[in-house]
Every structure is written in C-alpha cells, then in structure tokens.
Design a protein around this ligand. Structure first.
Ligand code: NDP
Length: 328
C-alpha cells in the first residue's frame, strides 16, 4: 500500500485556517514500526497547542495524536501486532489525522472486539491520561476528594466515570449549567459552574472548609491560583494542561504558605514511553470500557476534511465529551 494518504498538515503555525489536507507519503514500516490504515481519528486539545505553536514543532508537520484502524504491514521485531489486527493508539509523533501512516509500534495496542473503532479513536489519549492521573501520579484511594476542572470535556467525562468506579469523590467544574448536569450524570459528586459561581468558595463549602486532596487542572492560566486555594494542607496540585493559556511563573514559597502543597506538571507521553507500561495502562483502560464502568461518549463527529471547523468548535468551548474525525 506504500504511496500517499490524505493527511492533515500545517506548513506554519496559526489558527484553524492553517490546517491543510495534503497527499502525504506513506512508506513501508521499518524495524519496530507498523503501518495502520485508519478507521477514525481522535481530536484532542493538544492538537490545538501544536497547531497554534504553543507547543512548537518542525514544519511542515502532520497533526493528530490518536486514532484507530487495522494493521496492514508489520516491521521486523514487532511481536505484539499482526497484519489484520484491530488497533488503536495515542502516540507521538503527531500525524494521526490521516487515512494511513507508518509509526512506532510500541504505543499501538490491540483493540478488544467489544470496543468499536470510533470508541478506540476517541478514548486512547484521554483515557490513558485519566489512567495515569488516577493511578500513576499521586496515591489516591476510595474516599479521597478530587477537584477536576473542565469536567464535561473529553478527558473530563472519562474522569468523572473513572472516579465513581473507584469510590473517589470528584467535584467537577464546567462552563455552563448544562455541562455541569452532564458531568453529574457521568458520576461527578458535584459540579460548579465556574463561569458564574465563586468556585473556590464553593469547593470550601462542599468540603466543610477542609479543601480537597488533589486538584487535576487542565485549564491552566485562568484557574491555577484558585486551584491552590482549594487544596488541603499537603495536597497535590496536578497541572496537566493549558486550555486557557500557559500558567504564569510563580513563587515556590506560595506552596509553603498555603500548607506545604505539592505541584506536578505531567504529560502522558512520559508515562507511555515504555512499551510494557503503555500496554498495561491500556489494558486497564480497556477493562474499564469493556465492563461498562466507563462509557465513551462521542458528541461530535466531523469528516476529516472539516478538521478546521472541529478545531474552531473545540477552542470555542462548544464541545462536550469526545470528538472524532471520520474517514469514508
Ligand atoms: P476538552 O474537551 O476538555 O476541551 C477543553 C475544555 O477546557 C473546554 O471545553 C472548556 O470547558 C475548558 N476551557 C476552560 N477555559 C478555556 C478556554 N479559555 N478556551 C478553551 N477551553 C477552555 O479537551 P480535551 O479533553 O482534549 O483535553 C482537556 C485538557 O487536558 C486540555 O487542556 C489538554 O491539553 C489536557 N490534556 C493533558 C494531557 C497531559 O498528559 N498533560 C493529556 C491529555 C489532555 P468549559 O467550557 O467547561 O470550561
């Protein structure tokens, strides 16, 4: 099948109009690589950071970090995948918005039959993120309380269900009453409309003045400071995204003043760098989805050629749950 495939690329950083559809070369897989013919691609906020240049990349570059499809060629030394396997992945390098590609096999996972291609494309990056947030970042146990911003979004709705399935109390925030209702339908214990309410005061009220054990904050600039004020002494701030802009530099002494707080700034790509770890994280995610504990809610579908509109809608906060790009 070597040749070209329709692929979304950027030649320069910019707004959604920078996204172009091109015929992009697809070769034969080398050692440790596979070629995958996609059935659907996932849309993630990180794609916007890469497009805009907040996360710079060498240009021109293909975009997209997540997809599902069928393996159609396997390079030397790849033992866990065969031609014809259903598969899905979240992985670098960017380039998943396409019909087919060659890529490193380490992060490509066999997709269980119980999970559809669309679900596979929608859940890998966001679901593996929730896995590492709840299991690999700070010890969390049943009864702990987590504040989770943007709880009705892609990562958010998975997090609400995941927390519920593990007896963790999740207090969400979201930008409208409708989004708050959705987060609560998916297992959030409470959800605060941070566009209209004093959310820091509300978190204090909901925790009898004590604060939460952990904050999971992907909104960034707009919420960082308030998030620190929601923590208990010795609490953990997990800052894992910048939907409202990158967090400003701050004085570390603030962490001491607010009660010996901890802060970490993780990325999924460190956690899945090792093949075995990635596959076992995916195993846990597949278990949660196959058992029905976590449902993958795809609220937006765009054909590949409408990718610019998909980015506009995501950045305008007009999405809920997952968004995918469909291929004919
Ligand atoms: P979402 O579907 O959650 O969309 C982002 C949401 O952020 C919006 O819907 C909106 O929800 C909220 N938001 C708050 N302020 C803004 C703003 N100024 N502009 C736009 N949106 C805003 O996206 P994803 O599920 O793809 O990702 C969620 C977050 O998690 C992103 O920040 C992403 O970068 C991060 N992430 C980090 C990873 C990591 O490993 N570090 C891995 C995966 C995701 P509302 O209207 O309710 O405020």
């Amino acid at each position: 099948m070597a040749g070209t495939a329709r692929t979304v690329i950027i030649e320069e950083h910019g707004g959604p109009e920078a996204l172009k559809l091109a015929d992009w070369p697809v070769g034969e897989p080398g050692p440790g690589e596979v070629r995958i013919r996609h059935k659907a691609c996932g849309l993630n906020f990180i794609d916007c950071y890469q497009r805009s240049g907040l996360y710079p990349m060498t240009l021109p570059h293909a975009l997209g970090m997540e997809a599902s499809g069928v393996i159609d060629a396997v390079g030397e030394g790849v033992a866990h995948l065969e031609v014809g396997d259903r598969a899905a992945y979240a992985a670098a390098p960017p380039g998943a918005y396409c019909e087919a590609r060659v890529m490193p096999a380490a992060q490509v996972c066999r997709l269980p039959d119980a999970i559809s291609f669309e679900e596979g494309a929608a859940m890998m990056l966001k679901g593996l993120t929730v896995q590492y947030l709840f299991h690999r970042t700070t010890p969390l146990q049943a009864g702990d309380t987590v504040l989770f911003h943007a709880a009705a979004g892609g990562v958010g709705l998975i997090a609400c269900q995941w927390a519920k399935s593990e007896g963790i109390r999740l207090i969400g925030t979201a930008g409208s009453d409708e989004k708050c209702a959705l987060a609560m339908e998916h297992g959030a214990d409470a959800c605060i409309n941070y566009a209209t309410e004093d959310w820091v005061a509300k978190v204090r009220e909901l925790t009898d003045g004590k604060g939460v054990d952990v904050v999971m904050d992907s909104v960034g600039k707009a919420t960082f400071e308030g998030s620190l004020d929601c923590l208990k002494p010795l609490g953990m701030m997990i800052s894992f995204g910048n939907a409202s802009g990158a967090v400003d530099a701050f004085n570390l002494g603030v962490l001491a003043q607010k009660g010996s707080l901890k802060v970490t700034r993780p990325t999924l790509f460190t956690h899945i760098a090792d093949h075995g770890t990635c596959q076992s994280m995916a195993g846990m995610l597949f278990g949660k989805v196959s058992s029905g504990e976590v449902k993958i809610r795809i609220d937006q579908r765009f054909p590949l050629e409408d990718v610019a509109e998909a980015h506009r809608v995501l950045e305008a906060r007009r999405t809920t749950g997952q968004t995918i790009l469909t291929l004919e």
